[in-house]
Design a protein around this ligand. Structure first.
Ligand SMILES: Nc1nc2c(c(=O)[nH]1)N[C@H]1C(S)=C(S)[C@@H](COP(=O)(O)O)O[C@H]1N2
Ligand SMILES: [Mo]
Length: 330
């Protein structure tokens, strides 16, 4: 071994325990709920996964009397809006799928809802940011903080939502106001938001400080929902079904393999509910023989090509690992 290689090796060994403990510190544990066998296009509010680092803030349990949304920092026209003023502004509806960056391959920490609220762009335009500004620093009532490039405020899907599936937001999902920006993982979709500071520096967010991605751009995912892993199928004919999602980049096609990934076939896609929604796919097939059968799925978006199976660990950037299941065919 050369000296340089030995030093690199030593460096790696010495850092290993730190890397492992950093990972433990960074544990992100979404709460998921039992669902029916069929995944529904719009997830009912009470089945929608919940994740936050310390629960809903107590201050909001009493209502919004002490709550305001402030747009501050390098702007010509700082804003301070109470709940009633927010409700009076023109609103839009957006169907947006939310996906936790910690969601494992085949995991359930991804759901879809129709959100209603005010376009983020309108609010930021009204505040009138100074010319050389680059960032929105976000702060929430529970102490959560994040930063997001200011250009994301121009995203046509970005809204500050007051409603979820036609009902006022509940406390778990961010009442009175939460942010949604298509294309980014859940860590950026701030609940209980109270301040947007326009700045030209970008401090680390809560999860970024613990080693998770700064950008949090969603990767392509696809999931098999039916049949289930280890299910026994009593006929050779089956319809394999599931979802695929690529943030705001649109799913172009989905492929299924039933022969241990030797060959792939195109699945049928349903029309997505919006440009920012998951897509339902199905693949009717006949299994060649009885016995243990491997099923896998992969998807492609409109821009970056086919889903890659290289990194299956969600930490630190989220995973696009291929979902594989095994069934017993009779
Ligand atoms: N204020 C605040 N917003 C937050 C969080 C948080 O801990 N505090 N967690 C984020 C994470 S990691 C995810 S995945 C989504 C989950 O949103 P949901 O609970 O509505 O599904 O909220 C995000 N917004
Ligand atoms: Mo998350």
């Amino acid at each position: 071994m050369t000296r340089a290689r030995f030093l690199r090796f030593l460096f790696f060994i010495l850092l290993l325990p730190f890397a492992l403990s950093a990972k433990a510190l960074a544990a992100m544990v979404p709460q998921v709920f039992k669902k029916g066998k069929e995944t529904r296009p719009i997830t009912p509010v009470n089945e929608f996964y919940v994740e936050d680092y310390s629960g809903p803030p107590k201050s909001l349990r009493q209502g919004t009397a002490n709550w305001k949304l402030n747009v501050t920092g390098k702007v010509d026209n700082p804003l301070s809006l109470n709940y009633q003023q927010i409700l009076k502004r023109p609103s839009v509806k957006r169907i947006i799928t939310l996906n936790c960056i910690g969601n494992p391959v085949g995991g359930q920490a991804i759901d879809n809802a129709e959100w209603e609220g005010i376009p983020l762009k309108d609010l930021i335009d009204e505040a009138d940011p100074h010319f050389f500004t680059s960032t929105m620093i976000l702060r929430a009532e529970d102490g959560y903080f994040e930063s997001i490039p200011l250009k994301k405020a121009k995203h046509p899907g970005a809204i500050l939502a007051t409603k979820m599936n036609g009902e006022p937001l509940n406390l778990n999902h961010g009442f009175p106001l939460r942010l949604l920006i298509p294309g980014l993982y859940g860590i950026k979709q701030m609940k209980w938001i109270k301040e947007i500071e326009i700045a030209n520096h970008s401090p680390k967010g809560y999860w970024h400080k613990k080693g998770w991605s700064k950008q949090a751009k969603v990767k392509i995912i696809s999931r098999i929902d039916s049949p289930e892993n280890n299910e026994t199928l009593f006929t050779r004919q089956a319809v394999i079904k599931g979802i695929a999602f690529a943030g705001d980049r649109g799913i172009q096609y989905v492929q299924v393999s039933i022969d241990g990934e030797k060959t792939w076939s195109l699945a049928k896609l349903e029309k997505p509910l919006s440009p920012y929604s998951w897509v339902f796919w199905s693949y009717p097939c006949t299994f060649a023989k009885a016995g243990r059968t491997l099923i896998a799925v992969r998807a492609a978006d409109q821009f970056s090509g086919i889903q890659q199976d290289d990194l299956r660990d969600p930490f630190p950037n989220g995973t696009s690992g291929i979902h594989r299941i095994e069934v017993q065919v009779f």
